[in-house]
Design a protein around this ligand. Sequence first.
Ligand SMILES: *Cc1c(COP(=O)(O)O)cnc(C)c1O
Length: 416
Amino acid sequence: MSGIGVKPQPDVLDVERVREDFPILGRRVHGKPLVYLDNAATTQKPQPVLDALFRYYTGSNANVHRGVHLLSQEATDAFEAGRVSVQRFLNAAHASEIIFTRNASEGVNLVAESFGRLKVRAADEIVITGMEHHSNIVPWQLLCERTGAILRVVPITDEGELRLDEMERLLTERTRLVAVTHLSNALGTVNPIPTIVEMAHHHGAAVLVDGAQAAYHMPVDVQALGCDFYVVTGHKLYGPTGIGALYGRQALLEAMPPYQGGGDMIRSVTFEKTTYNDLPHKFEAGTPHIAGVVGLGAAVEYIRGIGLDRIAVHERDLLEYATARLNEVPGLRLIGTARHKASILSFVLDGVHPHDIGTIVDREGVAIRTGHHCAQPVMERFGIPATARASLAVYNTRSDIDALIRALRKVREVFA
Ligand SMILES: *Cc1c(COP(=O)(O)O)cnc(C)c1O
């Protein structure tokens, strides 16, 4: 059971206590203790999330928003409580501004499709950046193909920072929307969202923030950021796969047409005319991932119990330590050295393909990601096919970093 939140919160995160909440961290791989440093791909799940899923399926499983019977009411209450948890987690003004999706990708697709139909016409422009995940590139390319709109891309510097001067140049009265990541999964760069929102709004453009990576590393307040849309994905928030959330500003969501048709998203259906349900149900066609929402609710409450401020301080310490230790490895070059960075260390090693790095460190029990990280344009920008990437989360420790450094020494020996 989790002990988080039981005693008054000390300033410093008790990481050993946190680790006890994550059963998977006790397992071994290739005979070595697991060192999990692939959090940017997905995070592990704490016991309270597993318990919530088990409790839901063993105690209250039923369909939502339909039955008058008790189980259906309990399932509906649990589902809507999950929405309120996500609302509080993102500090949205209204629970109805939280739309459940399958993941972050579906959140972006929903906006590209629905906002696109409302606002985007031929020769209009969409602005994205050179450090976006494919999930925040391809939906906009599809929108542009469909409408004849034009995609503009803000370039990045050698350090992996956005060229805000270039962004200012690209923003015009034709810009309908700016889509930008809060935290780059390939480079670790944290983007200055309030500044970007101010620039975009000045030109009458809406802003979608891809928060898939940011939301488990730093506090997110959508009202303070000022953005119009913010997407998150449950499996990176220590929650289940298959569930995500889209925050949208109420007035915009109300004006936008439905994304998909089906049960729950309608008020009445006849063959002549169908009227749509209110927010948020208008955007949630069909039986939702009820258990996923219950698990996501438990996950964000778990994070809130620890406190994202404390998590950010813990991870900043680890990031500084890891940066210094990695810089000592001969022939290693960090990709992404922005001034404002979080929890992600992408690197290349002279003369060794990233795939070989990943394979050899895996034999030592260290899980990292290798490849293009769904950000091929970033790799192209830095003239490399791939990187190795270590990414941190709440349960990582300095000794995890030490294990990575030892494993990288093995890589050096193999390729000496
Ligand atoms: C993981 C990630 C996504 C995609 O999340 P899904 O859960 O696969 O939809 C999008 N953007 C960033 C920055 C990510 O890290």
